[in-house]
Design a binder for this molecule. Structure first.
Ligand SMILES: *[C@@H]1O[C@H](CO)[C@@H](O)[C@H](O)[C@H]1NC(C)=O
Ligand SMILES: *[C@@H]1O[C@H](CO)[C@@H](O)[C@H](O)[C@H]1NC(C)=O
Ligand SMILES: *[C@@H]1O[C@H](CO)[C@@H](O)[C@H](O)[C@H]1NC(C)=O
Length: 317
């Protein structure tokens, strides 16, 4: 077949151009900037959809404030994802919009998640007012929950003013939290900093937890928890339990807490169980190198746990 002398170059240039285009588009596909998909950093526009639709290996949230409604990030499409959060996610200012969901931001059935930086603000002040006033209030949402998630790293996340617990790790394996912060007023109800339950190999390395309830609480079915460099208080300190609410219940095994400071908290370290016969247990606990400043109960083991003196098993009031 006859052809011009330079024909060999044409396919080369086309191939090069195609390769370059592919390279550029695949780079774009691997980084999903929420601004490009309709999120608005104005704190007012509902940006939930662009977050939920993210499909890339890296999700990037630039500085700014984004309104996010209750959202579930789920399954294979949210696996192997790195979220780089430079901005702040805010909950709706009307607490009723979240209040009857159990969760605000929920990661569920995900493998391999990386979460860097940023702030989540539950804006719960009016929700707590409602609860304190004794009016009829919704049951409230936890701010960030990891449910059935394996292999997660959360680095530099700050959670403020959650309605209920700030961060919940439930049914997870291999979780690393580094340099996380949870802040809510001392008088706010049930604003635990980090709640861990049914999970194995959770490490918390570096945390500032100033809350109205437990700084960290560890519930049934938890194994191999390692915590270091925790600054707790105000709040109720670090609790294992409450355990033994159910007769058949899995216990807690292998907990280490080291090099931490509690300041102005109600308790330092605590183990609490309901006064009931149960299969639950607590084994292999090390608390070491702890500094307690202005802490009411530095170490407390309570096997007749009964907050508010009502509705507890086997208690005489
Ligand atoms: C980030 O955004 C907030 C408003 O949401 C603004 O006050 C602040 O100055 C911004 N910071 C940077 C480093 O751009
Ligand atoms: C901890 O996280 C905060 C907020 O993301 C960041 O400003 C700070 O530099 C981090 N500190 C360390 C020691 O990584
Ligand atoms: C206890 O947990 C730590 C940290 O999670 C782990 O390195 C260690 O191997 C566990 N020890 C036992 C005896 O399982």
């Amino acid at each position: 077949m006859a052809s011009p002398a330079n024909s060999g170059y044409v396919p080369f240039f086309i191939a090069a151009a195609v390769a370059l285009t592919l390279l550029i588009s695949s780079a774009a596909a691997h980084r999903y900037n929420v601004l490009r998909y309709g999120a608005r950093p104005d704190g007012i526009t509902d940006s939930t959809r662009p977050f939920l639709m993210a499909n890339a290996a890296t999700v990037y949230v630039p500085n700014g404030t984004y309104l996010l409604m209750a959202a579930v990030f789920e399954g294979p499409c949210w696996s192997k994802i790195t979220v780089r959060l430079d901005g702040t996610l805010v909950a709706p200012s009307d607490y009723r919009a979240l209040g009857s969901y159990e969760h605000w931001i929920l990661f569920m059935s995900v493998n391999k998640l990386r979460f860097h930086g940023g702030t989540v603000d539950g804006q719960a002040a009016r929700f707590w007012d409602c609860r304190m006033s004794g009016r009829d209030c919704p049951s409230g949402a936890r701010s960030v929950t990891f449910y059935w998630v394996n292999d997660v790293r959360v680095i530099g996340l700050t959670s403020i003013d959650s309605q209920m617990a700030h961060i919940v790790i439930n049914g997870c394996n291999d979780v690393l939290m580094r340099n996380v912060t949870a802040i809510a007023p001392k008088w706010s109800l049930n604003t635990d900093g980090i709640h861990i339950q049914g999970s194995t190999r959770v490490t918390i390395s570096g945390a500032t937890l100033e809350t109205g309830d437990d700084c960290i609480s560890i519930g049934p079915g938890t194994r191999d928890t390692f915590m270091t460099n925790i600054n707790g208080g105000p709040g109720h300190g670090i609790s294992i339990g409450s355990l033994g609410w159910n007769m058949i219940e899995d216990g807690v095994k292998n907990v280490t807490l080291t090099n931490s400071v509690f300041s102005g908290s109600e308790n330092g370290v605590r183990i609490k169980t309901w006064a009931r016969s149960t299969t639950s247990f607590v084994k292999m606990v090390i608390f070491e190198n702890l500094i307690m400043e202005n802490v009411m109960n530095p170490i407390i083991i309570d096997q007749n746990y009964c907050p508010y003196y009502e509705g507890c098993p086997n208690q005489f009031y």
